[in-house]
Design a protein around this ligand. Structure first.
Ligand SMILES: *[C@@H]1O[C@H](CO)[C@@H](O)[C@H](O)[C@H]1NC(C)=O
Ligand SMILES: *[C@@H]1O[C@H](CO)[C@@H](O)[C@H](O)[C@H]1NC(C)=O
Ligand SMILES: *[C@@H]1O[C@H](CO)[C@@H](O)[C@H](O)[C@H]1NC(C)=O
Ligand SMILES: *[C@@H]1O[C@H](CO)[C@@H](O)[C@H](O)[C@H]1NC(C)=O
Ligand SMILES: *[C@@H]1O[C@H](CO)[C@@H](O)[C@H](O)[C@H]1NC(C)=O
Ligand SMILES: *[C@@H]1O[C@H](CO)[C@@H](O)[C@H](O)[C@H]1NC(C)=O
Ligand SMILES: *[C@@H]1O[C@H](CO)[C@@H](O)[C@H](O)[C@H]1NC(C)=O
Ligand SMILES: *[C@@H]1O[C@H](CO)[C@@H](O)[C@H](O)[C@H]1NC(C)=O
Length: 906
């Protein structure tokens, strides 16, 4: 029995030109000729363009090859250099609908080496597949991706010793909004990878655009055995093609595989991998009869007595989990089993993205290093970035060594999932800081730096097991609090300048403490040879008074008792302690009293008692702000004047001297664009500053707050605010004596009075610039993420230019109407400076706040954009001074005023 006996020619393939719908609209199509240099239109009338705008690396080549009867010449792009992934960043416009992405990989011995490469391809955070061009060349991959961002990264990643990744074409095609989602549960955590798309019953090549408006490529049927029948019919005009959203074009539906006898029609489709699959079976009622059949997938009935109704298009959507081959079988009930088209997709999981806080923290860190670490897209998926380790989508380890960081910036504290942090040999100096939030940290390596102080953060690292501080410049004694780290089993303090007894709490079996290479460091003072006893005795005394917790006192007494024995000595020490303690208490009291009288004599700032503060704030009832320093409360003075009362947390308190200094300094500052200090309270461990209250809320509130509470800020109003704030800063930098660097310029520190005049507030972190430290170096980086001057961050050279940088960020906020760091959209846009600067430098105003469109004078905007982008230059010496910024802003403001006058808006 020959093949023909199975074949029943039901009719002839009828092609009726008038019946074919041809689409000529390529709206939303992106067709990249990878490595190409010119645009061209192919035989399907598709316009191909060069890929250089979408990828930044790689070399190109031309391949000539013969395929069947025809010879082709194609361009390819290959990626010879580093092992990191190479990404095309594909723009996709319609967020929340699907796109079809098709990539073709061609080797064809373009390099003459006859070594076809193997590499992997990823889409977004998902590794989709491994391309082995030794098996199939060319190799085509197709995906259906539900768009959730406006950029889709498609990346090629080399495999060690497996050749250079190479790609020839890349296409993006928009699909109807909810296509390919029927019966698929948890999109968008999945995407589809095409296995088969069969134009059943058609044997003469493949069909695509313009016959299919979405440019799906429908393959001919003949490859799939057993071969039954090909049949062609007219799709009647009465057909309702739109009843199935992803319906194949009429050209595909008008052919079908039909079995004449009451028999079984089967497709056996091998699958690449064991996995979950999505199967769509299309039926069109092209026969004069309505056949019914049972539909079986791998032997299971998925639909019994399925009927194809005449002149109707219908589809079955089926998902099958954990299969590695596909047997589609139709068993006839009435008339002849029939099928018009089949699509089979593998359902691929998309790993979750890492937390956006983590991503932006890492980007800020990358920016601060001044190096291009190649950190793009997601840190964990599809493969972790260099220097980073992940568990799932959590960043659990970070190793940055042999580069220059200089300080542990606050951003490290955002990497909450870290278990391992290695910053050895990164020129860290000063205090160990900003790590207190890393409660999961198990291994911390800060060796080979110039750290001088333990700081207060280590005691909070409750999971810490290994702490390596060898080869630093740590001074003084080892703090008791390290003993509270119960999990610690290795503490390396070798080669520092430490001395004194080690806390007894570290003397336990489970913990190895390495101490060699210090001045004199051990658990027993007696083992310290050649070092005078005096400093060792003094050391514990000093620590007794710096203790924060009571039991530490006992610990220390115990050490001393143990070391020297004898109750007499203990008595002596206790009495000395008591004496010193009461003396200290007294000193503090007299100091405060003295300050009080001094303060009373200052005419600018009033001295308040704690009682008065409590009364004014109605016992700290209404919080109007919070910051790292503490909280701000609304208060009302007896004379009815409203005030903002800033209460410092314990931790952020200054020494009494510094506090008095600061108050004295602040009370002398008087400028219309600076929030003035009304008074202060320094009593019973409280450090409270009382400021004038500004009812107009902060610039940040007005830009981003709840819409009911904010004022709409027109461009002219924004410029006025910018001018006001710049005046305030100019006074701090150039008008006051001593000069003051604000250190925390940000939109939430610019407040508005009732008439919307802006005033700069919060000099809590201010730093006076004295003669002695005119080029000041400080070890503690303060400020707010998103506003931090990257140069200050790395060099710790604090100058006025750091304020200019932060103010530049505020200007960008005014222009773009968005926050400096955001955690939505594409990673490219997380950081306002990185995102906006290229546009503004190029004079492109696409990114201007939507609310401002059409209301500003272009020259006014250009001037502001230009000065803003200069202010955020990485190199501080290229930034303007605040006086220059003020000058430019005044001009921009005047230009906008005349523009409004000319348009009659004013
Ligand atoms: C975006 O989607 C809308 C609605 O689904 C559609 O009308 C529009 O044509 C689409 N635009 C593009 C470029 O695909
Ligand atoms: C080819 O496409 C262009 C638009 O891209 C269209 O104007 C033209 O009519 C199309 N030609 C054919 C033959 O379809
Ligand atoms: C197959 O398609 C070619 C053009 O692509 C056409 O010339 C030929 O007639 C077709 N063959 C049949 C059997 O339709
Ligand atoms: C085609 O089918 C869709 C969905 O079933 C329906 O909404 C639409 O009205 C139909 N159109 C015609 C012309 O019957
Ligand atoms: C496919 O299914 C049909 C019907 O269940 C069965 O007869 C046939 O053996 C199956 N083929 C394969 C290769 O599993
Ligand atoms: C199949 O369905 C049709 C209508 O949909 C019905 O008339 C027929 O009796 C059914 N046949 C069987 C065997 O269930
Ligand atoms: C520290 O890093 C520098 C490069 O920044 C390198 O030259 C030096 O060898 C490193 N030192 C150690 C001890 O690893
Ligand atoms: C910390 O880093 C240094 C330098 O690479 C290394 O010698 C040391 O073993 C590391 N410490 C731990 C505990 O791994």
């Amino acid at each position: 029995m020959g093949l023909c006996c199975w074949v029943f020619w039901f009719g002839f393939i009828l092609f009726c030109a008038s019946n074919e719908v041809v689409f000529s609209d390529q709206d939303g199509f992106l067709s990249l000729s990878c490595g190409g240099t010119t645009s061209f239109v192919d035989s399907s009338n598709i316009t191909w363009v060069a890929d250089s705008d979408y990828v930044s690396t790689g070399d190109s080549a031309t391949v000539n090859y013969v395929e069947g009867m025809s010879s082709s010449q194609v361009r390819v792009r290959f990626f010879p250099d580093s092992p990191s992934r190479k990404c095309y960043r594909l723009p996709v416009k319609n967020v929340s609908s699907s796109v079809l992405v098709r990539a073709q990989f061609v080797y064809k011995n373009y390099d003459g080496l006859s070594k076809p490469p193997t590499f992997s391809v990823s889409l977004g955070t998902a590794i989709s597949t491994t391309i082995n061009l030794a098996n199939t060349d060319p190799w085509t991959e197709e995906f259906v991706w539900l768009v959730d961002k406006d950029i889709l990264p498609l990346c090629l990643q080399s495999i060690p010793d497996a050749g250079f990744p190479v790609i020839s074409t890349l296409e993006v095609r928009p699909l109807p909004e909810s296509a390919y989602r029927t019966g698929l549960g948890d999109f968008p955590n999945k995407f589809l990878r095409k296995s088969y798309r069969i134009n059943c019953g058609y044997i003469n090549g493949s069909l695509r655009y313009p016959l299919d408006q979405y440019d799906r490529i429908w393959d001919a049927d003949q490859d799939f055995l057993p071969f039954h029948i090909s049949s062609g019919f007219k799709i009647q005009r009465t057909f309702n093609l739109s009843s199935v959203e992803e319906t194949p074009p009429a050209a595909v539906l008008q052919t079908a595989r039909v079995l004449a006898r009451k028999e079984v029609l089967t497709y056996n489709l091998p699958l690449d991998t064991l996995g979950d699959y999505y199967i769509i079976l299309y039926f069109a009622g092209i026969l004069p009869v309505s056949p019914s059949f049972n539909m079986l997938i791998n032997g299971d009935v998925v639909q019994s007595n399925y009927t194809v109704k005449s002149s109707e298009v219908s589809a079955l959507f089926i998902t099958r989990k954990g299969i590695k081959s596909l047997n589609i079988t139709m068993k006839s009930i009435r008339f002849y089993p029939q099928i018009n088209a089949i699509e089979v997709y593998e359902i691929v999981d998309i790993p979750s993205e890492s937390s956006s806080t983590t991503v932006s923290a890492l980007q800020v860190i990358q920016q601060s290093t001044g190096l291009d670490l190649g950190w793009q897209d997601d840190p964990c998926s599809p493969t972790p970035w260099d220097h980073i380790g992940c568990e799932g989508n959590f960043v659990t380890s970070l190793e940055l060594s042999d580069i220059t960081l200089r300080s542990i910036s606050p951003t490290f504290g955002d990497l909450l999932d870290l278990k391992k942090l290695d910053l050895h040999n990164t020129s860290l100096a000063g205090e160990i800081q900003n790590l207190g939030s890393l409660q999961r940290l198990e291994k911390l390596n800060l060796s080979f730096n110039q750290l001088t102080s333990f700081g207060f953060d280590l005691e909070d690292l409750i999971s810490l097991q290994t702490l390596d501080l060898q080869n630093n410049s740590l001074q003084g004694i080892v703090p008791d609090s390290l003993g509270e780290l119960k999990e610690l089993h290795l503490l390396n303090l070798e080669n520092n300048n430490l001395q004194g007894t080690l806390p007894e709490s570290l003397n336990r079996e489970s913990l190895e403490v390495r101490t060699s290479g210090n001045l004199c460091l051990s658990f027993s003072l007696l083992t310290c040879n050649g070092v005078s006893n005096n400093p060792s005795i003094e050391a514990p005394q000093v620590t007794i008074f710096t203790r924060k917790k009571k039991h530490d006192v006992h610990n220390h007494l115990a050490i001393i008792l143990g070391a020297f024995g004898g109750a007499l000595l203990a008595l002596f020490i206790i009495s000395v302690s008591v004496f010193l303690y009461t003396r200290r208490k007294k000193t503090e009291a007299t100091y405060t009293a003295r300050a009080e009288t001094e303060m009373r004599n200052w005419n600018a700032a009033k001295f308040f008692s704690y009682k008065e503060i409590k009364a004014a704030t109605n016992n700290f009832k209404e919080v109007i702000g919070r910051g790292s320093f503490g909280s701000v409360y609304l208060g009302k003075l007896p004379d009815g004047k409203l005030v903002a009362v800033k209460v410092r947390f314990d931790k952020s308190q200054l020494g009494a001297d510094s506090f008095i200094n600061e108050v004295s300094l602040l009370s002398q500052i008087c400028h219309q664009n600076l929030v003035s200090l009304e008074g202060f309270c320094h009593e019973s461990k409280q450090q409270i500053l009382v400021y004038e209250y500004l009812p107009g809320r902060s610039l940040a509130d007005n830009l981003y707050g709840a819409s009911s509470k904010r004022v709409t800020l027109s461009w002219v109003r924004r410029l006025k605010i910018a001018v006001d704030a710049a005046k305030g800063l100019d006074y701090l930098h150039n008008g006051s004596d001593p000069r003051i660097i604000h250190r925390d310029v940000k939109s939430s520190n610019i407040l508005m009075d009732i008439e919307m005049n802006a005033k700069v507030c919060d000099f809590g972190l201010s730093k006076q610039v004295t003669q002695a430290d005119a080029t000041h170096v400080t070890t503690v980086v303060k400020g707010t993420a998103g506003y931090l001057d990257p140069e200050y961050y790395t060099t710790q050279q604090l100058t006025e230019k750091s304020d200019v940088y932060s103010f530049g960020v505020v200007l960008l906020e005014l222009i773009c109407g968005r926050e400096p760091l955001r955690h939505t959209g594409t990673p490219d846009s997380f950081n306002l400076v990185l995102w906006a600067k290229p546009y503004l430098q190029a004079g492109v105003f696409e990114i201007v706040d939507e609310n401002l469109k059409g209301t500003f004078d272009a020259e006014s905007m250009r001037k502001t954009a230009f000065i803003a982008s200069r202010s955020v230059e990485r190199d501080a010496s290229r930034r303007p001074t605040i006086a220059e910024v003020l000058g430019e802003l005044k001009e921009a403001y005047n230009i906008q005023l005349s523009y409004l006058a000319s348009t009659g808006d004013i």
